[in-house]
Design a protein around this ligand. Structure first.
Ligand code: NAD
Length: 478
């Protein structure tokens, strides 16, 4: 018996969880359930993370967590339980299969069958935000080499295990050459280790457009967190319904499985909700814990039920559907179909679908890191970059001199355009002068001089070269 943690959540959560558990137990899955409370009640009891300390212990002990959707109360101060769980437990990989069930569920894309593998811990979701001036707030986008290696390798290993033919990478590295550039570079490096799997890279904007228009052109798609968050919902929706898709959040030690939709409070308590999304999450969970036979049995019974036209309200369509059922009746129909296979939809055969066993990330030898300059970010309410340059040049020294000013990334000094709109947030780049070395002491002196000259520095960013290569972006237009 494998013990799993279960949380029934809020809104439609308890109904779809009861239906899901009934199906997986009827399929003979050898699991034991330990229930915890998460979500609205916990939040409203004053716990801003939505989960009690004792419940964390249960989740960490059992390592496998099946979670129904929860309601995050409106208003400030409540942290997203999903984001917290993913990050605390190191669930770096979010896997969402999105497959159309044509002709039984209406879709414009009858042959769509894609899997989105989304990086789950990094990117703008580090949630590090600061207001620095009256007009400007920043959010740090953090992309790490281990983060990229782990997710890209996961995508290729997933493709290998599930007999998928191609892995596509989406990034925006034509603009974010450093962060998305690293993701793309790591993708190219790791793709070489899987010559049997086709690989390709698309810029995310045109890739997303292509995915929404011709999803059958894709197989597995791997991407950084934000693009993955948005595009996995798009993919689920165009496959038929967000109510049909499940998701797996996988880490080295723990894993969490869920439906992709929310708690749909307006549908709660009426035996209306479709339990399919959570059931799809549960099928991934059963594969993950090695309960492959039960997973296969449930998936085929579920496909057969959809094919039989037994549909909940969200996918019910006069003409295609045969019977409109509630949550409980849908679960009973799936249970009655255990042992049956679909005849038109493709049945599944899970032979070797246990948890992927990926090698641990190995830290690379450190590169030679040299400090080559510093960006001073200044809060200044003037409008003329040349005037600001004169003020900032008071900080020039023998070691480091002002080389450029940008405003929101665009170069405004030297040789800026009058047309460029400027806010009160300026980046003043100091580069070491020819033949000189800059060190941290120079930066301290720059800052001390800035105080003397009444220049409002709101942050600094060191400029480094790694193994001789500059590792920072140029000013736009530079
Ligand atoms: P939602 O996904 O709950 O609902 C969107 C729409 O889809 C609604 O019209 C709903 O009726 C329908 N729908 C969703 N799931 C369905 C199902 N299984 N069967 C039939 N119809 C279904 O999104 P929302 O309304 O934006 O959010 C409601 C609450 O859920 C919010 O508090 C939000 O924070 C929370 N939420 C939680 C999670 C999670 O816990 N993983 C994810 C997303 C949203």
């Amino acid at each position: 018996m494998r013990k799993i943690t279960v949380a029934k959540g809020d809104g439609i959560g308890p109904e779809i969880m009861d239906a899901t558990l009934e199906i997986i137990l009827a399929a003979g899955a050898k699991i034991e359930i330990e229930e915890i409370e998460v979500g609205e009640k916990v939040y409203l009891a004053g716990n801003t993370s939505g989960i009690a300390k004792e419940s964390w212990e249960v989740v960490r002990r059992n390592k496998v967590f099946l979670k129904a959707p929860i309601t995050t109360p409106q208003g400030g101060g409540y942290k997203s339980l999903n984001v917290t769980t993913r990050k605390f437990l190191g669930l770096y990989s979010n896997v969402r299969p999105c497959m159309s069930l044509h002709p039984f569920v209406k879709t414009k894309h009858p042959f769509m069958d894609i899997v989105i593998v989304r990086e789950n811990e990094e990117d703008l979701y580090a949630g590090i935000e600061h207001q620095q001036t009256d007009e400007v707030i920043q959010c740090l986008k953090l992309i790490s080499r281990p983060g990229c290696e782990k997710i890209v390798r996961y995508a290729f290993e997933y493709a290998k295990q599930y007999g998928r033919k191609k892995v596509t990478c989406f990034t925006k590295d034509n603009i974010m050459k450093q962060t998305d550039g690293l993701f793309h570079r790591v993708f190219d490096e790791i793709a070489k280790e899987y010559p049997e799997i086709e690989n390709e890279h698309w810029i995310v904007d045109i890739g997303a457009a292509k995915m929404a228009d011709t999803p059958e052109a894709f197989d597995v798609i791997v991407m950084p967190n934000l693009y993955g968050d948005i595009l996995s919902d798009v993919a689920a929706q165009i496959a038929g319904s967000v109510g049909l898709a499940g998701s797996a959040n996988i880490g080295e030690a723990c894993a969490m499985f869920e439906a992709i939709h929310g708690s749909a409070p307006r549908r709660a308590g009426q035996n209306l909700a479709n339990p399919s999304g959570l059931l799809q999450g549960a099928v991934m969970m059963l594969n993950h814990i090695g309960e492959t036979a039960a997973a296969e049995k449930i998936q085929n019974a579920w496909l057969k039920t959809i094919e039989d036209g037994i549909h909940t309200y969200d996918i019910f369509k006069e003409g295609t559907s045969k019977q409109k059922v509630g949550t409980k009746e849908f679960a009973q129909a799936v249970i009655a179909n255990l042992g049956n296979k679909p005849s038109i939809l493709k049945s599944v055969s899970y032979t070797n679908n246990a948890a992927l066993n990926l090698p641990k990330y190995k830290r690379k030898p450190a590169a030679k890191k040299e400090l080559v300059g510093v960006d001073l970010f200044v809060h200044w309410t003037g409008t003329s970059p040349d005037e600001l340059a004169k003020i900032i040049q008071q900080l020039d020294s023998a070691d480091a001199k002002l080389s450029m000013i940008t405003n929101r990334g665009i170069k405004v000094y030297p040789d800026g355009f009058n047309e460029t709109f400027c806010t009160d947030h300026w980046r003043c780049r100091f580069k070491l002068t020819e033949g000189n070395l800059i060190n941290k002491q120079n930066i301290i002196e720059l800052l001390a001089n800035a105080v003397t000259h009444n220049i409002d520095i709101i942050k600094t960013e060191n400029l480094y070269a790694f193994d001789g290569k500059p590792a920072f972006s140029l000013g736009q237009g530079q």
